[in-house]
Design a protein around this ligand. Structure first.
Ligand code: SF4
Length: 281
């Protein structure tokens, strides 16, 4: 395959557009999950919460306003074709510049700061960038602004193998229960099982980009997703944490081979503001 040149400006422009779209336009799958939740929800206050979320999404879309005041840190997954040559700025800087421009043009809150001095960087950079090199000459960019009410409720644990599937289920349910209303339910629960400490967290985060309602291709994992979703929705936390059946919109699990001595488990919680957009260049 011939090497294809992609100007860095094109990447910047695409990231800028995706930042604006992700912060103002919820995916059809998320809207459909709210609507399905509204049918399912038994509690009047829970139903009211879901109606407000639908109304919020409508206003954000028609007025071009941020879906939430917390416009997050920008997580960017890139699938970089091995036959792509980026011309101009480096890939990372092209992405950071796209975030800078998108957050300025969208009037979105800049939340990134130095973790120790707590001094705000001012333009919501740097983005958190994960690059995977894949065959081909295209560049796929997925932009996911991540709110921290939900990020703060996420955890990684490394179990001994004896914990088994029961230990995994128990930990996820405990995590969601302890998180309560903090992650702005109804939530999406991203789960990474296997790999190493960091790989488990990465696949948990990546699982959040899967469309809601889409099950894992492995029937056993898919069954586990459904089982955990059902259990979570029996906890009674409900929309906005005000009580009800619809605590989670979905559970997504990704797995990766691991070491004989461990079961790494990461639970990455996404709030109801389930924002992500992607483009292929
Ligand atoms: S966790 Fe999500 S819904 Fe809650 S404040 Fe942050 S971005 Fe908004």
């Amino acid at each position: 395959m011939e090497v294809r040149e992609i100007p860095s400006g094109k990447i910047t422009g695409t990231v800028k557009r995706l930042c604006i779209e992700a912060n103002t336009l919820l995916g059809e799958d998320v809207i459909a999950a709210y609507e399905k939740g509204l049918e399912k929800e038994e509690s009047p206050i829970g139903k009211d919460g879901l109606r407000q979320l639908l109304e919020n999404a409508r206003i954000a879309e028609t007025e071009g306003l941020a879906l939430c005041q917390d416009t997050g840190l920008v997580v960017v997954f890139v699938e970089l074709g091995q036959d792509v040559h980026i011309v101009g700025e480096g890939l990372n800087e092209a992405i950071h510049e796209g975030v800078r421009q998108g957050y300025k043009e969208g009037y979105f809150r800049a939340s990134s700061l130095d973790p120790l001095s707590r001094k705000n960087i001012g333009d919501n950079t740097p983005a958190i960038i994960h690059v995977e090199v894949v065959p081909g000459n295209q560049l796929r960019i997925m932009v996911a602004p991540k709110g921290f009410g939900s990020e703060n409720m996420s955890r990684v644990i490394l179990f001994a193998p004896a914990a088994g599937v029961e230990g995994i289920k128990k930990f996820i349910l405990q995590r969601v229960e302890e998180a309560g209303s903090n992650p702005c339910p109804p939530i999406v629960v991203g789960v990474g099982i296997g790999g190493t400490f960091e790989k488990a967290a990465l696949i948990a985060k990546r699982s959040l980009l899967r469309p809601l309602g889409q099950r894992h291709p492995d029937p056993e994992v898919a069954r586990l997703e459904e089982e955990i979703l059902e259990e979570i929705n029996k906890l009674g936390i409900g929309p906005m944490g005000l009580g009800g059946r619809v605590t989670a919109l979905d559970v997504h699990i990704e797995t990766y081979p691991t070491h004989i001595a461990s079961i790494p488990l990461a639970v990455n919680i996404q709030c109801h503001c389930d924002r992500h957009k992607e483009a292929v260049i």
